[in-house]
Design a binder for this molecule. Sequence first.
Ligand code: HEC
Ligand code: HEC
Length: 472
Amino acid sequence: MRGLALCRLLRRVSQPASQVLIAIALLTGAAVSAVAGDLEVPDPGLSPAERGYWFLLNRPYFNSDFKEATFDELWTVWEEPVRSEAEKADGTTRRKLALSRYGLMELPARGSNVPLQYVAASNGGWVTNCFSCHGGKVAGRVIPGLPNSHVALENMREDLYRYLEKHGRLDELADSGMPGVPLGGSNGTTNSVIFGIALGSQRDLLLNYVPRKTFPKMLHHDHDAPPWWNVKHKKMLYADGFAPKAHRALMPFLMLPQTGPEKFKAWEPDFKDILAYIESIEAPEYPFSIDRDLAARGQVAFNRVCAECHGTYGEGGEYPERNVDIEEVATDPLRFQALSPLARGGHQISWFGEHGKHKVNQYPAGYVAPPLDGVWASGPYLHNGSVPTLWHLFHADKRPVVWTRSEDGYDPARVGVEVTELADVPAEADLPVERRRYFDTRIPGKSAAGHEFPEQLNEDEKTAVIEYLKTL
Ligand code: HEC
Ligand code: HEC
């Protein structure tokens, strides 16, 4: 019944112009049919980290979103002219168009055409996994653990809804437990912090599902996932460093209505391995040329101006994990405000915080200065992904108001994502699917302001520090 009510609600707001975006079953998916039962087990010879990776690629923790055949037909509900383009294209090109539209990518080493962001369940369904947001590509290279700066959950949500509606199959939409929660307003970012709040509000302290009529106050804002290779350096997780690192802290995403406390307990060992995997990941090396002399000069300037917050690197390097006052860092404050002290405390006393065993930082000052390993790869920058390149981060007054990226382009001169800069979103981009290709820094939560610390460097030093950052 809840599913039906949700469908009705969806129908009411499915006009493309509607500002109200309804989260459907993207993270749970349309219930093609339940898949948990897929209990293929990993090879006993694997190490914990290898097992963790295996779980992420092979074990379905949700219901499947859809079958591959549905995915391959989604183009039939695309807008013109892309629909005609897809119609004329051969199968390979059409698949490529679909992957790009939904921010998905194939991992060649997987030896399968299932995108990195999905598990293929035994019933043929595709099930979302953590790589949805935590597996991406840079300069065309697909890297598990790299933030997915292409992720486009709303594009998928809208098309899947239209497709199922067209075929009279809306009953296949499962209940995500998050009605009214937008998934993400621009490609490459998601409202995922709020997913946790929305899902958590429907649970008691023992994780029983207790549906409520209302949700707590939610400050919707889009976030850019952080790279996983930095987790090993941290004691506290997330942008404000509020949650102690522990395997249970990785599990809130599983709080979908169909997942009861017994499943959380059964899956706990998997998440110990998943954490081991995350902590085993190394940052990728910069693939283009580096001017080593310039970088060495940059290191001196970096250690003078940046190291107090970001630490030192190489032999004997130290990471201070400094939590910087929100007024001082002055980047967009919405993420900081979105989690109240009460919500942070709620994590501590809940199952995820082992009922008080893991002490949260209930009153962080602001955002944590992250480690900068592999920073060349993890653009766009800042927690909200608002600044496309390091050069822009170093030139606060030159950061674009609106930008749009290319699919695989990399900008080695400015170090970061290849973008086109604009003063405004083009008028012809009137459909939501088109608007989401533009990152508009004027939208709440998306400001590119703040972090003006590099302004303490002169222009030569800036160039040198950017060169040094390529070596980390
Ligand atoms: C819809 C996108 C999305 C999905 C799916 C997702 N994450 Fe995340 N994850 C994020 C975002 C965004 C953050 C940053 C949140 C913050 O800092 O407040 C994050 C943060 C994290 C962190 C903390 C990293 C750090 O450096 O502090 C870990 C660890 C993590 N996620 C693990 C997982 C695991 C494991 C899964 C699968 C069960 C998962 N995530 C699924 C978006 C996602
Ligand atoms: C007073 C502390 C402080 C100083 C000094 C500082 N930073 Fe930061 N830095 C931060 C914080 C906090 C963040 C996270 C801000 C956010 O995401 O909103 C950050 C974020 C960054 C990021 C973005 C990382 C990412 O993955 O998005 C880069 C790059 C960076 N800093 C480089 C530098 C460099 C280079 C210097 C020196 C010129 C420097 N910072 C000086 C505190 C500092």
